[in-house]
Design a protein around this ligand. Structure first.
Ligand SMILES: Nc1nc2c(ncn2[C@@H]2O[C@H](COP(=O)(O)OP(=O)(O)OP(=O)(O)O)[C@@H](O)[C@H]2O)c(=O)[nH]1
Ligand SMILES: [Mg+2]
Length: 472
């Protein structure tokens, strides 16, 4: 009940602030490295500076008079570092924005001319689009809200005993085997467990393993909590129903886990996710495909777990009172520019499989769903390259420094054509394996920003789905 009351309080504030000020809270949801910061930057850049957006109707019809950044609504949140990100992408030494370390917010206001004659008689319209950016690691914490410490411990340890995690967990497992949850709780032991557990999580995340389900999110991305007792806990090998004696190690760990959920996870969820109107869910399927089927399965599990926490479109009393019901969700496979256009359908099919559980649930609640292969900022162009008698559909761009194709290594300055390999025609193969090593995606530097704004793939279609009807 407390939690519902919290959403109601947030909803009431939004409702009061929104009176006479049409506002859309757009959730840009995605795990670490999925492309949130780049997407938000590209969206703002396209609308404020211009881009080619033929499929975004209001824009293509010239009905958007002006779009501009305004002071954001929540005074207690830092501002999204839009100018810094654009400077990184367009400066002399073009590079992608840094991975995000803290929460930030922006408000984009769009002045537009409504479509209908009646609406037009009321004069020009405007809408505020509020967006929050955060470190993707934190998203993985949402499922902890529904788990006790013992349940989380049991699930985390069981998972860590499966390949490919087991070998990465060896040091932590060695310590774990010596710990007695009923013994006296000592700070030094809690610290050591947390440290070894965190380095296990970090190893699972490395690029060649690329696993996704790695909570607690603040362990890998502490934000302002670095060194806090809130992060000094770890799983213990316990029975899911066990009670811990007072002052025991188990009791200490449980208390800290509970504080983490109450003081870190819930405020993050209720302050942000419970108040969204719409969502774009960004998925970097290519990084997982690069690492193999275990990574793809793990990505699917992570996304399913996270999205189960949203009450998508649920007609609860809260949503009927305050209208906070997620009515549209776009699932987007990001970085589609790392593939030739002939493979985009296959990428979309793999994404559909990864988010199958999540979409069924959302559709059940009446949310409108779309799936797209997207590149918010397109770093490559396409070319057909002759290889013997075959013509290969390649992509051309400037590989990041130290990327390799075959035996060739790049300096970050010269262009190259790459054939990343064929995605499986049957998406289930992406989960089943067998095709390991046949595809390889490398990273490219951001493109030279042209006079027409950043090049992109389907950014306009995405904007149409997410904003179009609100500008009609
Ligand atoms: N080629 C290409 N690469 C992209 C694109 N979007 C993102 N990337 C790459 O993906 C990386 C991560 O993108 P971000 O936008 O920083 O990801 P994020 O979701 O904000 O990640 P966190 O801040 O760590 O949660 C970038 O540094 C780029 O290398 C895109 O449209 N095309
Ligand atoms: Mg980011």
């Amino acid at each position: 009940m407390m939690d519902r009351a919290r959403i109601a309080a947030g909803g009431l504030r939004d409702f009061a602030q929104g009176l006479g000020h049409p506002t859309l809270r757009l959730g840009v949801t995605g795990l670490a490295g999925s492309g949130k910061t780049v997407f938000i930057t590209a969206l703002v850049h396209a609308l404020t500076k211009g881009a080619r957006l033929p499929l975004f109707d209001a824009y293509a019809q010239g009905r958007i008079a002006r779009a501009y950044l305004e002071p954001q609504p929540d005074d207690d949140l830092p501002r999204f570092a839009y100018d810094e990100h654009v400077a990184a992408l367009t400066g002399a030494d073009r590079h992608w924005p840094e991975s995000t370390r803290r929460l930030s917010q922006l408000r984009l206001t769009i002045d537009y001319t409504p479509l209908g004659i009646i609406a037009r008689n009321f004069g020009p319209g405007f809408i505020h689009v509020d967006i929050v950016d955060y470190p993707g690691e934190w998203l993985l914490d949402l499922p902890l809200m529904t788990m006790t410490y013992s349940q989380w411990s049991a699930a985390t340890i069981a998972q860590s005993r499966q390949p490919p995690r087991a070998t990465l967990a060896r040091d932590w497992h060695d310590l774990l085997a010596t710990l007695d949850p009923s013994a006296r709780g000592e700070e030094a032991i809690a610290l050591k467990s947390a440290m070894l557990f965190t380095s296990y999580l970090a190893r699972c995340r490395s690029r060649d393993v690329s696993l996704s389900t790695l909570p607690p999110g603040r362990f890998l991305m502490p934000g302002d909590l670095a060194g806090s007792p809130l992060l000094t806990f770890a799983p213990l090998d316990v029975d899911p129903h066990m009670d811990f004696p007072r002052s025991s190690l188990g009791a200490l760990m449980k208390r800290r886990y509970d504080s983490y959920v109450a003081k870190v996870v819930k405020p993050f969820f209720f302050g942000h996710f419970a108040r969204l109107d719409r969502q774009i869910v960004l998925v970097d399927a290519l990084a997982a495909l690069n690492a193999g089927p275990e990574a793809v399965k793990d990505l699917r599990d992570a996304i399913t777990g996270v999205l189960a926490c949203f009450r998508q479109g649920a007609t609860s009393w809260i949503s009927s009172l305050f209208g906070h019901r997620i009515d549209r969700i776009l699932f987007a496979a990001t970085k589609a520019d790392l593939l030739h256009r002939t493979s985009h359908d296959r990428l979309e099919n793999i994404l559909k499989l990864i988010v199958a559980d999540a979409t069924t649930r959302a559709e059940f609640f009446g949310a409108k769903i779309d799936v797209a292969a997207l590149a918010a900022i397109r770093a490559t162009r396409e070319a057909m390259v002759n290889q013997g008698r075959q013509e290969l559909p390649c992509i051309v761009g400037t590989p990041e420094k130290d990327e390799t194709i075959g035996s060739e290594s790049f300096d970050g300055k010269s262009e190259a054509a790459a054939f990343p390999g064929d995605l499986p025609g049957d998406p289930t193969e992406a989960l089943a394996g067998g095709a390991e090593g046949t595809i390889k995606f490398i990273r490219f530097r951001p493109p030279d920003p042209g006079a027409m704004g950043f090049p992109h793939i389907r950014l306009d279609r995405s904007l149409e789905f997410l904003l179009g009807d609100r500008l009609a």
